[in-house]
Design a binder for this molecule. Structure first.
Ligand SMILES: [Fe+2]
Length: 306
């Protein structure tokens, strides 16, 4: 009896999560108020909001660097979570009351598929879990109405103790596990890799009186900028193999946040698409390089199927 379910990955987004972006939006969920700022990056997310309204996926999956697990890869598996999430570095910018729904069925499937491939993984079932600001910022910017269930995956922090390549190979397996679980679920899914590109940043806020002072925002260095542009051009040209081959050097030379594995996970889940990605925005936040980038798998084919 064939499996009649044909889940699809509709697309993937590089979805950076500096808390400044939520702060600048002034949503009701976030306590601090701002005068705006970082508009180009925020406008980049408008494309994602529009696309999600068109696609109406069943679930958004996000891999976040700021829920770190020392052992293995945990998957959020509590039906409803709410509470206050505070950014430990920028508590004056991000004190966000979250209230979200999780697709537990698919979360359990991803964790089970990961174990089948030899990874260490377990569902996270603590009902009082405080969701990290990486997950919340990316998902708020993508879908501020929070009317689509989500799943967050933790980042195993082995790259910070062991070899980057070994850790990235593990993320390729996690991507395959994710794809397999999505296909079996029959659901239509959008992926998000929640991370910046170059990640060197100023050691202090340039203007503590006005964090959104855009006259003080700029690239950390020309070298970091050139690395980001090189990587973005590989994405834009659809050269996914070129992108993967320079990833370790990019991580070393630009302290790129992709080290946490989210981008590798997402590209692997999408079968390393040669579809040219669309860069909707690039901008700096306290000197880090951030881009909103879309891989639309529906533009040439109807998502990944068995
Ligand atoms: Fe981060």
């Amino acid at each position: 009896m064939p499996n009649l379910k044909h889940g699809q990955i509709l697309g993937g987004w590089l979805a950076p999560h500096p808390p400044h972006l939520v702060y600048a939006e002034n949503p009701t969920q976030n306590e601090p108020r701002s005068r705006g700022g970082w508009e180009v990056l925020r406008w980049g997310y408008d494309h994602c909001r529009t696309k999600l309204k068109e696609q109406r996926p069943d679930v958004i999956l996000v891999h976040t660097p700021h829920w770190q697990t020392t052992v293995g890869h945990d998957v959020l598996a509590v039906p409803k979570l709410s509470g206050l999430s505070v950014d430990p570095i920028f508590p004056h910018l991000f004190r966000y009351r979250f209230d979200l729904q999780v697709d537990v069925e698919l979360a359990l499937g991803i964790s089970a598929e990961a174990r089948k491939l030899g990874l260490t993984s377990k569902p996270m079932t603590n009902p009082d879990f405080r969701v990290d600001y990486g997950t919340i910022t990316s998902l708020h910017m993508m879908n501020p109405n929070w009317d689509i269930p989500i799943i967050a995956l933790s980042s195993n922090n082995s790259p910070y103790f062991h070899d980057t390549k070994v850790a990235q190979d593990e993320m390729i397996k996690l991507g395959i596990a994710t794809k397999n679980a999505v296909i079996q679920s029959g659901k239509r899914v959008v992926l998000a890799a929640s991370n910046s590109l170059s990640h060197l940043h100023f050691s202090a806020e340039p203007n503590p009186e006005l964090p959104e002072d855009m006259s003080r925002e700029h690239v950390f260095s020309q070298s970091q900028y050139e690395w980001d542009v090189r990587v973005l051009n590989l994405m834009r040209s659809g050269d996914v193999h070129g992108l993967m081959s320079i990833m370790p050097q990019f991580i070393d030379e630009a302290c790129a946040e992709v080290k946490a594995g989210g981008l590798t996970w997402m590209l692997s889940a999408m079968d390393f698409p040669k579809t040219p990605a669309q860069v909707h925005a690039y901008g700096n936040v306290i000197g880090t390089g951030n881009a909103v980038v879309e891989w639309d798998l529906t533009s040439h084919k109807k998502g990944i199927t068995p």
